[in-house]
Design a binder for this molecule. Structure first.
Ligand code: GLA
Length: 754
């Protein structure tokens, strides 16, 4: 890993173990993209910017500056001076002049990785995780704007981290209308794109499509990263798949509005940009002030999506997630939301806690409905006082009883919101985000608090902190159940209304930072109506995020596949639900529900006092499986083997320990087919020269069910428990999975290195 500048070639070379990113300075001023890909180790690469081809060098041929601007592969393109492709920066002076041209001034290469003010950001890791940073300083001297383009790499990662800062060096305010964080101007003929799209209960489904001429974007203008589209974009070779082919990916370390876009130009070059969505954004930069745009993580893989995922997972585990729980077992929890919804009191919760304890569950999480008069979702957000009609004797009494039963206690909050029917709204109607003279749009009967207003941030913080100080609480589920609209703040002045979206996100970050400072041992799980704010920004504050309100294990296959494309399994909040599932109405085996939830942070969300005895009897076994496998799932390398999304029949993934000493394969047969042969799956990431002994989980259960004639022939695994295979055989020859008898059935295969 290293960053160097060649004065002779005017080339910056940023290398990681396997990749290289090269930037050039053309015509002594323009900063251009030369190359991103596998290592070249050759500084004579500047010709790839094509500056010798017409339309010439602008300083020598001013007549044709326009055609130059419109074709040069800018590292950071600006608006208004002849580049008609998507820009990253648009600045308006106080006099209304719009246009900006950046010239190289200087650069600095430093050890380490700077923090970004008020923003989540990757950091140096321990041991081999040392970082290095290149800052390229450029300036538009006409408007007095200094821009810093920042590139960081870490010794143990193939990712490249980019961010941008602006500084107003002029005497008057500058109006930033657009400031994206990264641009990749590349030769992209024939490339395809991969994005993640969805909706509530259908988050992060992978979608691949050709890249056409013109612009194709995914974005959010919802004030959060959203259920609908995801701040991720990959550009890939058409033949690229899990295991081979070139992939260029970007992921935005931010939790608000974003734009991620490809643009194929008239010359078939490709410009990929990512950053805060310019719509609804404007930032007034007063003289002497700076603005820093959030980070973009860039990953290049020449070994398909599988390698890309490994790079993201390791980067986020080693350089983004700060929680002490990152490398710790998370308690197995039981959450009462789908068990009781709003209809609960201490007695009901204690009954659940007692039964849960008998099965080995370790924490009770009390969800929405414990405060104010909240017996449904039309009131009380903002009134964070305990409802003592429900929690008799108060919160502390309940927590103490739950703790006495031997369980930890967790609690739900939605601190960013305000119900119109709340004491808070009655006393502070101006604390809600709304436009003057217009009734704000309701969503789930609620408004959003104006987190640009410091006293609102203080109020929201104190509401949560006071509760946490009042009892022995180990875990917080921090929810956010509506998207932003009616963007008006009675706090910000007229010229700064365009800052509200971003100031809101900064407010959320500030709140969570304060929380972690005061309660460093707290396990924080973020959530947003399921998984609408599952992004790297939130992972800086919480080691896990609720993946989706859809816990149906079959729906979860696609949701978790899309999520695990970028994020480590240890970050995915996943629970075993009741059946029929509340969102799909589907009934699935209890074991399959557990196998799918075990791919994330494991828990239950059902009324354990009401489920069948036979399901309840399975819980202790599931929990001991979770204990057995969670270090592997949390720390291991994830491989996608097959996708139900593509084959419409079965899903299969694998986790291998870093030392290749063990592997866990989860196989889910979605629909049972009659009369077919065994299915061959080829394992990945094993040591070819090592032997692995097979241990089939749940064989006892299969045997018992067969004996009870619950089904014929059971999972007729030809390979018996205890069989030994070489890693090479399992990877090249494959493993044969016999027909599982039922729809939605699953099996866990544990391979133990000998
Ligand atoms: C959101 C969450 C759910 C639950 C409810 C409570 O939808 O995703 O898990 O907490 O809010 O209102």
């Amino acid at each position: 890993m290293g960053i160097l500048f060649s004065q002779e070639h005017k080339v910056f070379q940023i290398t990681t173990q396997n990749t290289e990113y090269c930037i050039g300075i053309a015509d002594d001023r323009y900063i251009g993209h030369i190359y991103y890909g596998k290592r070249l180790d050759d500084l004579r690469c500047g010709y790839l910017m094509r500056t010798k081809e017409p339309p010439f060098v602008p300083s020598a041929n001013r007549r044709d500056k326009g055609p130059f601007m419109d074709v040069f592969p800018f590292e950071y393109p600006t608006w208004g001076v002849g580049d008609y492709r998507e820009s990253c920066l648009k600045v308006r002076t106080d006099k209304g002049a719009c246009g900006c041209e950046l010239h190289y001034v200087d650069h600095r290469i430093t050890e380490g990785k700077p923090k970004l003010p008020g923003l989540p950001a990757t950091f140096e890791g321990p041991g081999a995780g040392k970082g290095q940073t290149l800052e390229i300083f450029c300036r538009d001297s006409v408007i007095g704007l200094k821009v810093v383009l920042r590139y960081s790499v870490f010794a143990d990662s193939d990712a490249l981290i980019r961010s941008v800062s602006l500084e107003n060096e002029s005497q008057s305010p500058l109006h930033i209308e657009k400031v994206l964080s990264a641009c990749l101007d590349m030769d992209g003929e024939g490339m395809e794109r991969l994005t993640l799209n969805g909706s509530w209960c259908r988050e992060r489904r992978m979608e691949r499509s050709p890249i056409a001429h013109g612009k194709q974007a995914v974005s959010s203008l919802r004030g959060e990263s959203s259920h609908q589209e995801h701040p991720f974009l990959a550009v890939m070779e058409p033949g690229a798949n899990q295991d081979q082919g070139q992939v260029y990916a970007m992921n935005f370390v931010y939790s608000g509005n974003f734009l991620a876009q490809t643009e194929k130009s008239q010359f078939d070059s490709l410009r990929v940009v990512m950053g805060i969505h310019p719509e609804g954004f404007e930032w007034v930069l007063d003289p002497g002030e700076s603005f820093t745009a959030p980070e973009v993580v860039c990953v290049y893989s020449d070994q398909g999506l599988g390698r890309m995922s490994l790079i993201f997972h390791d980067l986020y585990r080693n350089h983004l997630i700060r929680s002490p729980y990152l490398h710790q077992k998370r308690p197995v929890l039981i959450n009462n939301w789908e068990a009781t919804y709003f209809d609960f009191d201490s007695d009901k919760l204690l009954a659940i806690a007692r039964e849960a304890k008998k099965s080995g569950i370790e924490m009770l999480v009390m969800d929405d409905g414990w405060f104010g008069r909240r017996n449904n979702d039309n009131c009380s957000l903002g009134d964070w006082t305990v409802n003592e009609e429900k929690l008799k004797g108060g919160l502390k009494a309940l927590v103490d009883q739950v703790r006495a039963e031997g369980l930890l206690f967790g609690i739900w909050f939605e601190p960013e919101m305000i119900s119109p029917d709340s004491d808070l709204y009655r006393s502070h109607p101006d604390w809600a985000i709304k436009l003057p003279g217009r009734e704000a749009t309701l969503s789930r009967n609620q408004y959003v608090l104006d987190l640009s207003r410091p006293e609102v941030v203080d109020y929201a913080y104190e509401s949560v902190a006071a509760i946490l100080r009042s009892a022995d609480i180990s875990y917080v589920k921090w929810d956010m159940n509506r998207q932003l609209s009616d963007m008006g703040s009675s706090y910000l002045d007229g010229a700064r209304q365009g800052e509200l979206f971003h100031r809101y996100v900064l407010g959320v970050y500030q709140l969570q930072e304060r929380l972690l400072e005061e309660f460093p041992k707290l396990l924080l799980e973020n959530c947003s109506g399921g998984g609408a704010r599952f992004d790297p920004g939130m992972l800086y504050y919480s080691p896990q995020i609720w993946c989706s309100d859809d816990m149906d294990p079959i729906e979860r296959l696609a949701i978790q596949e899309g999520t695990a494309l970028i994020y480590p399994l240890s970050t995915m909040g996943a629970h075993v639900c009741d059946c029929p599932n509340h969102t799909t109405g589907r009934t699935t085996p209890f074991t399959t529900r557990a196998h799918v939830a075990m791919a994330g942070t494991f828990g239950y969300e059902l009324d354990i006092t009401k489920i069948s005895q036979s399901d309840r009897d399975k819980i202790p076994g599931q929990i001991s499986q979770y204990h057995k496998y969670q270090p592997l799932v949390r720390e291991g390398d994830y491989y996608r083997i097959a996708s139900w999304r593509e084959n419409h029949q079965y899903d299969c993934w694998q986790v291998v320990s870093k030392d290749k000493g063990e592997a866990l394969v989860t196989y889910v047969q979605v629909l049972s087919q009659p009369n077919y042969r065994s299915r061959k799956i080829c394992l990945k990431g094993l040591d070819p020269d090592r032997d692995y002994r097979l241990e089939i989980e749940d064989t006892q259960e299969f045997k018992e069910r067969a004996k009870a004639k619950e089904f014929d022939g059971i999972c007729r695994l030809t390979q018996p428990d205890g069989q030994v295979y070489s890693g090479r055989l399992l990877m090249q020859g494959g493993f044969l999975i016999q027909r599982l008898h039922e729809d939605f059935s699953s099996v866990l295969l544990h391979f133990i290195g000998q």
